[in-house]
Design a protein around this ligand. Sequence first.
Ligand code: FMN
Length: 391
Amino acid sequence: MALDLVIRGGSVVDGSGKPRFGADVGIKDGRIVEIGKVSGNAARTIDADGLIVAPGFIDGHTHMDAQVAWDPLGTCSCWHGVTSVVMSNCGFALAPCKPADREWYARCLSAVEDIPTEAMAAGIDWTWETFPEYLATVERLPKAINYGMYIGHSALRMYVMGKRALSEAATEDDMARVNAAFTDAAKRSLRIGFDAIELHFAHGYLLHSFVSPLSNKRNDAYGGSFEGRMRFPLEVVRSVRAAVPRAVPLGARITGSDWLDGGLTPADAIACAKALKELGFDYVDISSGGISADARSPTAPGYNAPIAEQVKRVTGIATRTVGLIVTPKQAEAIVAEGKADMVALARAVLDNPHWGWYAARTLGAEVKRPRQYLRSSSTLWPGAAIRDAQG
Ligand SMILES: Cc1cc2nc3c(=O)[nH]c(=O)nc-3n(C[C@H](O)[C@H](O)[C@H](O)COP(=O)(O)O)c2cc1C
């Protein structure tokens, strides 16, 4: 087979964790078709002697949705060694979007993610309306790195309902279209090759706004009692579960408490987790708050862990929890004491991007380091002992 490209003589680091190995890499139609001694001809050859050939590094949480339009290098990411980004996080996205709503979308991204509206006005050529059209636009743009994106909840609701999204309850037709979009997104995630899928039922996201009595003011079958408020989220759950093979872990981030009078409580979280488990979900992640600007999350360490513990004990579903988990010993204790099966951290990792390494060190383990960082391991660096002694 005549190849399009051969990368010859590089040191392949394939991302699986196994040691690097010398090999040629043959590419045809944009896909790797050979790794090893590639003898065939190719339209183009890159000499990678002395170089690393690697699939790259993924940043799973970015807001490059607008910047991708004017920054071909994706500088915020690629200057830090990232080769693939996932965008449209936090539910904010630029597609799907009707032309009349563009300014509202830009204002949202500006308000929440601090992307200047002036930059968006000058830098974006809105050539899309649907989500696939946005994907096609991003595909056409010159880019130095790879981009993947979520379908954002805020965009989805606005697209389905228009300005009614800001003042009216969703109709059953609106909800059916939202459900279809969730299910299609799950199918696309499988096609892209994600290993697990998580629905967002927590801290202010669209499905949480159905579950919480503070935001769900409907007086039809989709509001009122807990059963009514769970009706639409569970329709989405059934539909997504049916689209995702059982072998792919499927979970949901749920709310442990709204932290406001009249809002969701740990008992609701237990009922929600139970319903998800019965419908074949594999785990829940206990988060909380976020439904209203008046809600103040507690400031106690690991404040959601006691709720996760109750959910796990009563329902038996696997749990993760998040929220002011700061130190490695604290994280380890939550898992070791059986309060949750997994922990997640956000701000502690912003504070220390090497948190995982620091945790391994604190708990007596050593991480597998990239070669460039081997010199700072305690076996090769006397400074590690000085650091540990002096803090
Ligand atoms: C910069 C930042 C971005 C976040 N974005 C998201 C998000 O996209 N989706 C989400 O579910 N939670 C998001 N969160 C909330 C965190 O996942 C987490 O629930 C919360 O920060 C509490 O955990 P922590 O005390 O470890 O920070 C974000 C938090 C931070 C600090």
